[in-house]
Design a protein around this ligand. Structure first.
Ligand code: ATR
Length: 273
C-alpha cells in the first residue's frame, strides 16, 4: 500500500514518521509512506504519477492544499467548508475523495484535555486555518464561538458565512471589540510565528481556561506566554493537532483507528531533546 505526503518544501515533514508509527500498531507489513517534493506548478502531474505508480492515499501540505481540492472528484463536507484538502483517498474506481482532517485533529487534541460542549470558544484569526476548524469545533456544541481577527471585516464575513450552516451562536469582531471571556482560546493566526503578542484584553482568558497555539516546535510562543500570564491553566501547542489529524487521515485510508498517545509522546520527546 503506497502513501505519500506532497509539499514544497517537504523534507521537514513529520508525516512519514507519524503514519509509519500508526501502521506499526497494526498488521500492515506493506504500508509504505514517503515524501514527494512536487514542483510549485506541478502538483496535479505529480499526483497523477503517484497514482499511476499505485499510490492509494496521500496527505497534502503547503502550498498545494488548494490544488489538491481542485484535483478531487468529490470532497467531504468538512473539506468543502474548509475550501482546502489535506488528505486524498484513491477509490477503487480511480476517483479521488478529498478530505480535510485538520479541524478534526484540533478537536481530537482539545478533547484530550477538555470537554468542548457548553464552552465559550474564542478563535483568533480568519484565514484558512480558522476556516478549516470552524465546522468541527461547532459540531462539539460549544455555547458559542467568537472569531476575532486583526482585520475585523474578515472575522465578521467568516462568521456571517458559517452562521447559516451551524446551530452554535457565531460572531465576528476585531481584537479590540471582543466581548466577554472564554474557556478555550485558539490561536489560528499566522502570528504564532512572530515574537509579538496579539493585542488582546487579558480578560478574554477566563480563569483556568485552555489556550491553544496551532503552531508547534516554537517553544512557548508569545500567545502562550500571554495566555499563561493572564491565568490560562492549560497551554497547548499544535503538535497534538498534527498527530491527531494524521490519525484521522490514517482512518480514512485504512478504516483503522490508531492510538495517538505513544506517537505523540515520541514526537514530543524528539522535539524537546
Ligand atoms: P492561514 O492559512 O495560516 O490561516 P492566511 O489565510 O494567510 O493563513 O491567514 C493568516 C491569518 O493570520 C489572518 O487571520 C491574519 O490576519 P489578517 O486577516 O488581519 O491579515 C492573521 N495574522 C497574520 N499575521 C498576524 C499578526 N502579526 N497579528 C495578528 N494577526 C495576524
Amino acid at each position: 500500500m503506497r502513501f505519500a505526503v506532497f509539499g514544497n518544501p517537504i523534507a521537514q515533514s513529520r508525516s512519514p514518521l507519524i503514519q509509519t508509527a500508526f501502521a506499526a500498531q497494526f498488521d500492515l507489513p506493506d504500508f509504505d509512506y514517503g515524501r514527494i517534493l512536487a514542483p510549485l506548478d506541478g502538483f496535479a502531474a505529480a499526483l497523477r504519477e503517484f497514482i499511476a505508480q499505485s499510490g492509494v492515499g496521500c496527505n497534502i501540505t503547503m502550498p498545494f492544499k488548494e490544488d489538491a481540492f481542485r484535483a478531487c472528484t468529490r470532497v467531504t463536507e468538512r473539506a468543502a467548508a474548509a475550501g482546502v484538502v489535506n488528505t486524498i483517498r484513491v477509490e477503487t474506481d480511480g476517483t479521488l475523495l478529498g478530505d480535510n482532517t485538520d479541524g478534526a485533529g484540533l478537536v481530537a487534541d482539545l478533547l484530550r484535555h477538555t470537554a468542548l460542549a457548553g464552552k465559550r470558544i474564542l478563535l483568533l484569526g480568519a484565514g484558512g486555518a480558522a476556516r478549516g476548524v470552524l465546522l468541527p469545533l461547532a459540531a462539539e456544541q460549544p455555547a458559542g464561538i467568537v472569531i476575532a481577527n486583526r482585520t475585523a471585516a474578515k472575522a465578521e464575513a467568516l462568521a456571517q458565512e458559517f452562521s447559516g450552516q451551524i446551530a452554535t451562536p457565531l460572531a465576528g469582531a476585531g481584537f479590540d471589540a471582543i466581548a466577554g471571556e472564554f474557556d478555550v482560546v485558539i490561536n489560528a493566526t499566522a502570528a504564532g510565528f512572530d515574537a509579538a503578542a496579539l493585542p488582546l484584553p487579558a480578560r478574554v482568558f477566563a480563569p483556568g481556561c485552555v489556550a491553544y497555539e496551532m503552531v508547534y516546535g516554537k517553544g512557548e510562543t508569545a500567545f502562550l506566554a500571554q495566555a499563561r500570564a493572564a491565568g490560562a491553566k492549560t497551554c497547548l501547542d499544535g503538535l497534538g493537532m498534527l498527530v491527531c489529524q494524521g490519525a484521522e487521515s490514517f482512518r480514512l485510508w485504512t478504516g483503522l483507528t490508531p492510538d495517538v498517545e505513544p506517537v505523540l509522546a515520541r514526537m514530543r520527546a524528539e522535539l524537546t531533546a
